[in-house]
Design a protein around this ligand. Structure first.
Ligand code: AMP
Ligand code: MG
Length: 349
C-alpha cells in the first residue's frame, strides 16, 4: 500500500494553522493522519466512517476486533456517541478531561461496529494536547485514533517514530513535539455488568492513576489482564490485552528487586553485548546500558520508555534486562507495558 505521505509541520496550532487546516480536510474526506496527543501519537481517522477506520486498521496491521478509542474536543460531542452518560462518568470527565483518561460506555447507533471492534460499547477520550484539539475541531468529526505505530511495535512518542512505522501507509504525519506522558491513556470501563450495576473496572493503567480513580469513585476493580497473562482462548474485556504488544525485537527480561539485587543479578548473568535498562540509582553499570529515570520518577520512566525500546532495536540488541518499577502511581502503567514487552518473563532477585 504505497501512498504519498505528507509531512506537515505542526508544533504550534496558531503558527502552523495551514497544516492543521490541511489535516482537518484530509480527515473530513476520509483520509488518515498521524497526530500528536499528550500520551502517544495517534493515527486518526473519522470515527463515524467505516471506510476511514478500515484504513486505520490496514495501515497499522491491527486485528479488526481490537476497538479504537474515539477522541473528542468538547463535552457536547460525547452524548451522541453513547446510550447515556451516567453521573459517575460525567463526574470523572469533569475532573480528568481534557487529559489521559479513556471512559468506556454502551455505544449509540452512531458509532459503527468497525470503530467498536464489534462490541456494543465505545471508548471515548478528550485529549489535552493543543494540536490534537485543533485537529479534531478542524476535522469537525470525532476521531478514532489508536497509537500511530505498526501493530506490535512500541507506541510512537515522537513524529519520527510515526515516520519510521507509517511512511507510505498514511496520508499525512504531523511534525509536532514529543509526547509528554509517553504511555497510552488510562482505560476505565463504566459499563453495566451482568447484575446491572456499573462497577468501575480498570482495563489499562495510564497517567491518570488507580489511586486517583479510587479517590474519585471509591471502589475500582483492576482487571486481571492488567498484571497477568490471560490464558489462550480466555475472553479479554479489552481486546487489546490479548495481543502481544509494545515488543522490541530484543528479548526482554523484567527484573524485580532492590538496587543491590539488580546490580548483583546483572553481574552474574549478563553476557557480553546484552543490555541493561536501569534507574539512575543503579549506575554505574557495565555498558551497554540505558537509563530510564530515577527509581521513584515514574513520570520520567513513562516518558522515555517507548523511545528507549525503539533505540534497543536500532542498536540490534539481542537481550535486555530491565529493572522493574514499583507498580504504584504511574509506575503501574510502566510496569503493565513492560511485562507485555517481556512476554511475562519476570525474575525476582
Ligand atoms: P490504542 O488505541 O492502541 O491505545 O488501544 C486502545 C485500547 O483500548 C485497546 O487495548 C483496546 O482493546 C481498548 N478498548 C478500546 N475500546 C474498547 C471497548 N469498547 N471495550 C474494551 N476495550 C476497549
Ligand atoms: Mg496501540
Amino acid at each position: 500500500m504505497e501512498k504519498e505521505t505528507l509531512l506537515l509541520p505542526a508544533r504550534d496550532p496558531e503558527r502552523d494553522r495551514e497544516s492543521i487546516a490541511l489535516a482537518g480536510r484530509i480527515l473530513r474526506e476520509g483520509g488518515i493522519v498521524a497526530i500528536p496527543t499528550e500520551t502517544v501519537y495517534g493515527l486518526a481517522g473519522n470515527a463515524l466512517d467505516p471506510a476511514a477506520t478500515g484504513r486505520i486498521y490496514a495501515a497499522k496491521g491491527r486485528p479488526s476486533d481490537n476497538p479504537l478509542i474515539v477522541h473528542i474536543q468538547g463535552m457536547e460531542e460525547w452524548p451522541p456517541l453513547v446510550k447515556e452518560v451516567p453521573p459517575e462518568a460525567k463526574g470523572l470527565a469533569e475532573r480528568f478531561w481534557p487529559g489521559p483518561l479513556t471512559i468506556i460506555l454502551e455505544k449509540s447507533a452512531l458509532v459503527p461496529e468497525t470503530t467498536s471492534g464489534g462490541l456494543d460499547t465505545v471508548a471515548v477520550r478528550m485529549p489535552s494536547d493543543p494540536v490534537a484539539r485543533a485537529v479534531i475541531r478542524e476535522a469537525g468529526v470525532p476521531l478514532a485514533a489508536p497509537s500511530a505505530n505498526r501493530s506490535g511495535s512500541p507506541s510512537p512518542t515522537t513524529w519520527r517514530h510515526c515516520r519510521d512505522d507509517l511512511m507510505g501507509r498514511v496520508d499525512a504525519i504531523l511534525q509536532a513535539g514529543d509526547c509528554g506522558v509517553g504511555v497510552e491513556s488510562t482505560v476505565l470501563s463504566l459499563c453495566r455488568g451482568p447484575d446491572g450495576s456499573r462497577r468501575p473496572r480498570l482495563l489499562r493503567p495510564g497517567a491518570v492513576t488507580l489511586e486517583q480513580l479510587r479517590q474519585a469513585l471509591g471502589e475500582v476493580v483492576v482487571d486481571r489482564g492488567v498484571l497477568e497473562h490471560l490464558e489462550e482462548g480466555e475472553k479479554a474485556p479489552s481486546p487489546g490485552m490479548k495481543y502481544k504488544h509494545y515488543a522490541p525485537r530484543a528479548e526482554v527480561v523484567l527484573v524485580k528487586g532492590s538496587t543491590e539485587g539488580y546490580r548483583r543479578y546483572l553481574e552474574n548473568c549478563r553476557q557480553p553485548g546484552e543490555h541493561a535498562m536501569c534507574f539512575t540509582q543503579d549506575l554505574p553499570l557495565r555498558e551497554p546500558v540505558l537509563c530510564y529515570g530515577g527509581r521513584e520518577d515514574h513520570a520520567a520512566q513513562a516518558e522515555r520508555l517507548f523511545d528507549l525500546l525503539r533505540q534497543l532495536d536500532r542498536t540490534g540488541a539481542k537481550k535486555v534486562y530491565i529493572h522493574a518499577p514499583a507498580p504504584d502511581g504511574v509506575g503501574l502503567a510502566v510496569y503493565n507495558r513492560l511485562i507485555r514487552a517481556a512476554a511475562f518473563r519476570v525474575v525476582e532477585v
